[in-house]
Design a protein around this ligand. Structure first.
Ligand code: SF4
Length: 384
């Protein structure tokens, strides 16, 4: 069986947070009580039981608990989820099992518990190591708490620890960004996901910007920040392996590579999205609707059939997010498409402009470093 015919990654969504960050438009909610969390976890366990036997799951499928804030769930609820995954063949010998942790919810006992449960990788939502920046976007933790959480994770026995960082934050300067990067690499992190702040409509931050209550770094400064991230992390031995992701070799997130390689994955929980190679299933983002539909045995979401053209274009722009790019032979095997024949005319100007590199000898295509900055413009050619 080809790897694109069986589930390579399993995701569990936790839609709860202690407090909503001002920039966040994810499907996550603050203020849920214990009863709601219990009902939600029961529903996810039932969904695991109902849907896992419809697919073939690879022995070493990766596991990822994301959110929201999975670390907000009690030990009892997390153990219940892990048990349901194990009993239903979704957690065999995972190649990697990651849990996202908000540093404001971490303590040593909890982190040790995650390790005992079988997680071998932690992804901390740090975002910044500057208190003024953290406050400006409503994060629940301080810079020191984030650094303490990283130290505690090591004490708890985690050797694979990642952090998310944002550039372009209110109050942020090139220097404070550099300090955050320095402190994170000095703390021994071998994986970082670094995103530019995007202002999503209808978030409190968008409203504050409209009213002139906050200011963002100007465009030149944001470009300098983008360049600083790459230069600094490369110099520290964290190579860029995807548009927003950097790692010491061997520390790349295998779970995220499942998405970028356009391989099938199975997800459980509200708003979670699954992909079986030709269809996408998206669950409702309402926690109440999700619980009710599972309790009454109904489907908690809808399927979208992806045409061959849609699959090909998604495969191309997901694969080209990685610095190794795509294998043109595999593309032909999987989709029956010769990329250069199909898109050669449109690609030509990007190849001439040194934004796309086509390695004819090794039959690979990738974006150049310059091309990564203009990825959205390049990806448009694949959407027919
Ligand atoms: S912790 Fe993450 S998911 Fe929760 S509100 Fe903040 S950014 Fe959103």
């Amino acid at each position: 069986m080809q790897k694109w015919e069986q589930i390579q990654g399993v995701y569990i969504h936790t839609p709860f947070c202690l407090q909503k960050c001002l920039y966040c438009d994810f499907a996550s909610y603050a203020g849920a009580d214990t009863e709601t969390m219990e009902k939600y976890v029961d529903a996810v366990c039932s969904e695991i039981m109902m849907r896992s036997n419809e697919v073939t799951i690879a022995d070493q499928a990766t596991l990822y608990f994301g959110g929201g804030t999975p670390s907000l769930l009690s030990e009892k609820l997390l153990a219940k989820l892990v048990e349901a995954l194990q009993k239903n063949g979704c957690w065999l010998q995972p190649a990697e099992a990651t849990i996202e942790v908000n540093p404001g919810t971490a303590d040593l006992d909890k982190l040790r518990f995650f390790k005992d449960l079988g997680f071998d990788r932690i992804s901390f939502g740090v975002q910044s190591l500057n208190d003024a920046e953290l406050r400006a976007v409503g994060r629940i933790h301080t810079a020191n708490e984030a650094l303490d959480a990283i130290t505690m994770a090591e004490k708890a026995g985690f050797t694979r620890v990642s952090a998310d960082l944002i550039y372009g934050l209110p109050e942020q300067s090139l220097q404070t960004l550099k300090t955050s990067l320095q402190n994170l690499t000095a703390a021994g992190l071998q994986h970082l996901s670094v995103y530019g702040l995007t202002i999503e409509k209808n978030t409190p931050l968008a409203g504050m910007l409209d009213k002139g209550k906050v200011e963002l770094p100007d465009e030149d400064c944001q470009l300098a920040m983008y360049e600083l991230v790459q230069e600094y992390l490369e110099a520290q031995g964290l190579h860029r392996y995807e548009i927003s992701n950097y790692a010491v070799s061997g520390q790349e997130s295998r779970h995220n590579l499942v998405y970028w390689h356009y391989l099938p994955y199975l997800s459980f929980g509200s708003s979670a999205c699954s992909f079986n190679g030709s269809q996408r299933f998206t669950a409702t983002d309402s926690v109440t609707d999700y619980i009710e539909s599972i309790q009454s045995g109904k489907s908690c979401g809808g399927f979208e059939d992806l045409t061959k053209e849609m699959q090909l274009s998604e495969y191309l722009f997901m694969g080209l997010r990685t610095t190794v790019g795509i294998d043109l032979i595999e593309t032909e095997q999987r989709f029956g498409c010769d990329v250069m024949l199909e898109f050669g005319v449109e690609l030509e100007k990007f190849i001439r402009g040194n934004l796309v590199f086509c390695d004819i000898e090794h039959r690979r295509m990738r974006l150049t470093e310059q091309g990564m900055r203009f990825s959205n413009e390049i990806f448009e050619i694949f959407v027919k």
